[in-house]
Each structure stands twice: as C-alpha cells, then as structure tokens.
Design a protein. Structure first.
Length: 467
C-alpha cells in the first residue's frame, strides 16, 4: 500500500533549454525510488499532473550526488525531462511533489488550481447569464449588499446571496424580510458568531464575497470606549479579520469587496489582510470613499478594499466616478415634521457636556444644524441615544429646542434605500443606518468593478498600459 513519505513544494524550471523537475528524494524509511532504480511517467487522471511508477525496464532513472564519494552520503535525486512533462506543465508553475513508498505524484499546486477554479467558474456563469453566488459576512441590515448587488446588476452581472452571516438577530431578521431581491429559497443563513462556525469543514465555494468588517476595534470611539491601544486587543471583535481570511481561503471567491473605517488602514490587521490575500492570488485595490463625493449629505468616509483574482483584468479603483450629484443642503433630505412635534426637546445635557469638554480641552462639541448646511457629520450606530457630536436639528422658530433626524432622514443622509428600515423600531433603524455604508459610493464602486469583470469574462480584455 502506498504511504506518503514526503511533500515538496517546487516549480517547473528549465534546464538545458528544456522544462524540468528537480528534487532530492531524501526521506525517512524506504521507498521504491533509490539510486539506479528506473521508473515510467504517465499523466495523472482527473487532475493536472504526472505520476512516476517504478519499473525495472522504465525509461527514466534515479540519479544521485556523491554516489562514488565514500566520505559523503549518497543523495538520491530526480531530474526529470519528458514529453509528458512538457504537455502537462508550463515553466514557472508552482507544483506539489508527493513522494510515496511506491509512486511519486506531481500536481499543479493547490494555490494555482484554486485560482483556475474561481476564475473559470465566474467566466462561465457570466457568459451564460447565470447569477453569481455570493458570501455575505457581517451583513447587518444589508446596505453594503444592496449597493454591491445593484451595482453589479448595472454591469450585466446578476447575483444572489448564497450564504448570509450575521451575529445579531435584530439586524438579520429585517435584512432578510426587507431585501428579498438579495436572497432565494436556497440561501443558507448563519445566525451567530462567525468565529464558531466550522469553516474548516466547508466543501463549497462561492463566486464573490461582500464583507463589512466590524468597525468598533478600529474606530477612535471604539478604542477609547474599550480602553484598547490596538484594534486587535478588542476581545469581542479584534480577531474578526483573521477569521474573515479563513473564510475567504475556504470559500475561494473570484473577487471580494471589504469595507471598514479609515482607521483600519493603520492597524496590523489591515496589513495582514492585504498580504494574506496577495498570497492567495488576489490583486488588491484600496481607496477611501467620501460620502459627499458620491452624492450623500452625510460626509461619511469609508475604507474600501477590492480583492480581485490575479487572472482578471486590472481594476483602477481610483477611476471610479460618482454617478449622482449631491443634494444642495440638509433641508433636501428632511421630512415635514410639525413644529409642535414632541421630537423637539432641550437636550440640555448635551450643551452642559460641551461646556465641560471645552474646560477640559476635549474636542467634543454639540453638532447643531439649521438645515441650510451642505453636509452633516458622521451619524453613528448609537445615534438614537442622543450623544455629543452627532447631528441635532434646531427648531426653526423656538430657540433652545432640537430634534434628532428621523429614521428616514438618516437613511437619506447615507443615500440608503428606505426599504432597509421598514417595520423596525426607531432605535434599530438608526442602528442599521448608523453602521451602514454610503449606498451610492459602493453602488458606483461595484458598477465599475462589474464592468471590468464582465468585459474580461466576455473576452474583451483591454491592455491597461495602452488604454
């Protein structure tokens, strides 16, 4: 019975102007491949590879180094040239050499076959008009997924969420209910901590991934609140980037869109994500997207990361342009709230805190708007709690009264579809919006990316250097 004795990672090289494989046989125990023994070579069935089998009359022979030197140990080596090798591999391709007791199997390295599978799969689906299967991680209320799905659809790429993962039921339930276009009857929903799902047992692959990396560890407010100097110190979510990489390696998407706060780019986790994705055969594009630039009243900035399988055309993320013009003022997103509405309150503690912060040389200030302003501060997940630094609308007639934005106004500030917050409480609606992206920005990003991918899949490749 064949027993695996040694694994070698190598590459197809050239020697004397021929494709060749070279490796040392040294291993523990005994194999049928010893100095002077002969073998034959044939193609491996079902995979890109070749197999050496012992044969006393075989065409090829195991050689050795220092075989005639009594002062040095004999090192059995294989240097192989053959037409079968020429037909199977290309120069420079990574390979894995499996030395068994009674055979040697040489395969294309799994990193290369992973790339071939994912690229071949989406090319075939796009050409046939078959929806791409998506993995959504930390999906919240679905704002990022909606923007990406509709952006890709504009570029003639249809999609479906095959696997939806979200920790919080209070976000997952309205996301599934309010965004039916994202899902179908075969969508697998994962409710709970993504770190606890046995992704190492996964045998399925997807075509793309959409990931909202939890921002709390990387945001200044989150680090201050939790007393963390580094994002990775956050015990609840600091390790999420590592687990995201595990999921991406397992599910092997052809492209992925990830987003987080700008502060993530200054963390060790950011460089880990970038470098590991490069090792997995992805080209990376990074850009900070501004809300105002992409037509939103709220000037939220978000770090966007696009991972694109290395064989797909180059994507110029800096060339992504806004497709919408920003509304002129805050008034353009406001509801018709009656002047005697109970929403208007003094919120005296906000201004008391402001004075205390001024005396303490802290930067927190009340953020009061009349409606004539061109933009709003960033509105966060806890907006409904009425905190210092987030927008308050001044009463147009009565000094000293203020109100929060309504849920719909909050959604409009981020250009989010109102369907996302249908049927949820005020607090949950603000949480869904507050941790979402600027819809227009990621719609435009996905549309531009989809155009690049669709052009590549249909065979209309453009040379970026000459374009």
């Amino acid at each position: 019975m064949a027993k695996l004795k040694k694994l070698i990672e190598s590459k197809i090289r050239t020697s004397r102007n021929r494709k060749s494989i070279w490796f040392e046989l040294f291993t523990t125990g005994v194999t049928d491949f010893v100095y002077g023994s002969r073998y034959d070579v044939s193609k491996l069935e079902g995979e890109q590879g070749i197999i050496f089998t012992p044969n006393p009359d075989g065409k090829y022979r195991v050689s050795a180094r220092d075989a005639n030197n009594p002062d040095k140990p004999t090192k059995e080596i294989v240097e192989h040239f053959s037409p079968t090798l020429n037909e199977t591999f290309e120069v420079g391709q990574p390979i894995r050499i499996e030395i068994h007791t009674n055979k040697i199997v040489i395969k294309l390295h799994h990193s290369v076959t992973s790339i071939q599978r994912r690229e071949g799969r989406i090319k075939d689906k796009i050409r046939k008009g078959i929806p791409l299967n998506g993995l959504s991680m930390c999906m919240g209320g679905g704002g990022l997924d909606l923007s990406v799905s509709r952006g890709l659809e504009q570029s003639k790429i249809s999609t479906r969420v095959a696997i939806a993962s979200e920790y919080e039921r209070k976000y997952l339930e309205p996301c599934l209910r309010n965004n039916p276009e994202l899902f179908d009857e075969n969508t697998l929903v994962l409710e709970g901590d993504m770190r606890s799902f046995p992704v190492n047992q996964n045998r399925n692959e997807v075509d793309f991934a959409v990931i909202g990396i939890p921002c709390e560890p990387s945001s200044l407010a989150g680090r201050t609140r939790n007393g963390n100097a580094l994002p990775e110190q956050n015990e609840r979510t600091g390790t999420i980037p590592f687990h995201i990489l595990c999921w991406l390696q397992s599910f092997n998407p052809a492209f992925a869109i990830l987003e987080n706060v700008e502060g993530f780019s200054r963390s060790g986790s950011f460089y880990m994500v970038i470098n590991v994705l490069k090792e997995l055969g992805y080209k990376l594009s990074v850009r900070t997207l501004s809300g105002n630039e992409f037509g939103a009243i709220e000037d939220r900035t978000r770090l966007s990361i696009v991972a694109l399988s290395e064989g797909i055309d180059e994507f110029d993320i800096d060339a992504v342009m806004p497709s919408n013009t920003k509304l002129a003022t805050v008034n353009d997103i406001l509801d018709d709230v009656p002047l005697d509405s109970e929403m208007y309150k003094p919120y005296e503690y906000i201004f008391t805190k402001e004075q205390a912060d001024i005396k303490a040389n802290k930067g927190f200030r009340a953020a009061v708007y009349t409606g004539s302003e061109a933009k709003l501060n960033c509105i966060l997940k806890g907006y409904h709690k009425v905190r210092s630094g987030e927008p308050l609308l001044a009463h147009p007639k009565i000094a000293g009264l203020y109100r929060l934005l309504t849920e719909a106004e909050h959604a409009r500030a981020k250009t989010l579809p109102l369907q996302m917050i249908k049927g949820v409480s005020t607090g949950i609606a603000h949480q869904i919006c507050g941790q979402s992206v600027i819809y227009n920005a990621f719609f435009d990003l996905a549309a531009a990316l989809g155009k690049t991918i669709h052009r590549w899949a249909m065979g209309n490749t453009i040379n970026m250097q000459s374009a």
